[in-house]
Design a protein around this ligand. Structure first.
Ligand code: NAD
Length: 499
């Protein structure tokens, strides 16, 4: 999408548009720390232009037959499958994650596209015959209009795909506001949708920052807002959009716990903790942040995690040898380093210190850090770190482990590692989290279920994609109809009578 150094614009009516605003942001290559390109930041007037295009496209698109809408998504899937390496390279260059991780996020996002290809079935309503004499009832679900997606930097392809495939399959038009850190992937996706035959104005991208977001959620023609990002922004977008009368789902931050019972397989648990803690440099909303070691497993578990952590290869995301890349910005890297300092100052034991890896070749690197003997009063326990820092909390009992999770304000994912089916079943029933893993550290639901946390990890009541996504992007209508049997009205219509 454009050449290195060229400005990244917006995508409206199936073409790149520079916008009227002269405001610009910088896109960095996190592996070198250098600015790679500027991005246009839309102001209120630019937002109005983009929303107007989406609103103009809505009547025709919502009237387009279901099968034809699905065929555009099938065609998109084929294009994306053929060219996914190009998209993975773009993700890695702007986000910094290793290319294999980037491929993984594309694959998980494409599952939602595949789910949305089934829209003719997903939109089927219900029918009740003869609810009263000559009277039937049926329900239908109809599109809303212009829907907006505001997405974070950490999954520049997958998180938007939690939203737009379902929204447009349901007959809505869509305006995506990607993260201003890594917007290029969305521009390539938009090009592929146009190549797949999506009509002008159905899928649009508006790049920008806080001003852009405010203009979108205050715009009278926007009907629904899907947000994924940090908890403070999620909370404020939820209340602002709701007070404007819009439908809103706002997914926030996380602090995911992985409970390891004494009977767990140590190698399996340690492999899972390292992959779920340091994958994508810990910049995942479902990353494991806290390992809760129950009883006498703690010493062996920490030793096994340490060995694996020290063996990780750190490097640029585009380096095929690298297992973990840099962080997204220098400011974020500095914030994570400051939290590591605070962990030391508050008495946690730093078993692996990744700080020596700060800034090779000027990139935003921080090596993996492992803390043991972390307590709930410490900042490293309380804050969402969103970096390569794994904290081990030691407890004596299962009840103490679940109590920790219940007291945490976040409730995205929680996992348990055990060989005991009864303990796993009890955990599944009792744990206070929206997504639960049993011997699975990152329990991201498949596309045909819905993704979402509880408490401060989600504002609103509807999770994304799957059946709840279809529900979010449509509104219900129930029709009650009564038709007298022609036979009861006499023979004049040519129907047989009861005589
Ligand atoms: P962020 O909240 O800073 O930004 C998210 C989006 O909101 C971006 O598009 C950004 O441009 C915009 N934005 C930022 N500040 C804003 C403001 N003050 N007003 C209006 N809009 C604003 O989040 P991020 O740093 O891009 O992403 C990391 C966060 O996202 C983490 O907290 C992570 O846990 C969370 N996240 C959650 C999930 C989930 O499923 N719950 C998934 C991915 C990421």
């Amino acid at each position: 999408m454009g050449k290195s150094g060229e400005i990244i614009g917006h995508w409206v009516n199936n073409q790149v548009w520079g916008g009227e605003s002269r405001s610009r942001g910088d896109i960095f290559d996190p592996a070198t720390g250098k600015i790679s390109r500027p991005v246009a930041l839309a102001d209120k007037a630019d937002v109005s232009t983009v929303v107007a295009a989406a609103a103009a496209a809505f009547p025709d698109w919502s009237n387009t037959p279901l099968g034809r809408r699905a065929r555009v998504l099938f065609a998109f899937r084929e294009i994306a499958e053929r060219n996914s390496d190009d998209l993975a390279q773009i993700i890695s260059a702007e986000h910094g994650k290793v290319v294999s991780d980037a491929r993984g996020e594309i694959a998980r996002g494409m599952e939602v596209v595949e789910f949305a290809c089934g829209i003719p079935h997903l939109l089927a309503g219900r029918y009740s015959e003869q609810v009263s004499t000559n009277t039937d009832v049926h329900s239908i679900r109809q599109a809303l209009g212009v829907c907006v997606g505001i997405t974070p930097f950490n999954f520049p392809v997958m998180v938007p795909m939690w939203m737009w495939p379902v929204a447009i399959a349901c007959g809505n038009t869509f305006v995506l506001k990607p993260s201003d850190r890594d917007p290029s992937a969305s521009m390539l996706v938009a090009q592929w949708l146009a190549d797949a035959g999506l009509p002008d104005g159905v899928f649009n991208v508006v790049n920008g920052d806080k001003e852009t977001v405010n203009a979108l959620i205050d715009h009278p023609d926007v009907r629904a807002v899907s947000f994924v990002g940090s908890t403070p922004v999620a909370r404020s977008i939820y209340s602002q959009a709701a007070s404007n009368g819009k439908r809103v789902q706002a997914l926030g931050g996380a602090k995911n716990h992985m409970v390891v019972l004494p009977d767990a397989n140590i190698d399996t648990a340690a492999d899972a903790a390292v992959s779920a803690g340091y994958g994508s440099a810990g910049e995942r909303c479902m990353a494991i942040s806290v390992v809760v070691a129950v009883g006498n497993i703690a010493d062996d578990l920490v030793a096994a995690i340490r060995t694996r952590t020290e063996a990780l290869t750190i490097g640029a995301g585009t380096d095929p040898q690298a297992e973990m890349g840099p962080l997204i910005t220098s400011a974020h890297r500095d914030r994570v380093c400051a939290l590591v300092e605070s962990g030391l100052a508050e008495g946690a034991k730093l078993v692996v210190d990744g700080r020596a890896l700060v800034e090779p070749e000027g990139g935003f690197f921080l090596g993996p850090c492992l803390f043991d003997e972390v307590t709930p009063s410490m900042s490293i326990y309380q804050e969402e770190i969103f970096g390569p820092v794994l904290c081990v909390v030691r407890v004596e009992t299962y009840e103490q482990a679940t109590d920790l999770i219940s007291k945490n304000p976040y409730a995205n994912g929680a996992a348990i590692f055990t060989a005991d089916g009864g303990a796993a079943r009890r955990f599944e029933r009792e744990v206070d989290a929206g997504m639960v893993g049993i011997n699975v550290a990152i329990p991201v639901p498949m596309a045909y279920y819905s993704f979402g946390g509880w408490k401060q990890s989600l504002f609103g009541d509807t999770h994304v994609h799957g059946p709840e996504g279809v529900h979010f992007y449509t509104r219900g209508k129930v029709v009650t109809s009564q038709w007298a049997d022609p036979a009861e009205r006499g023979p004049n219509l040519g129907f047989p009578t009861n005589q």
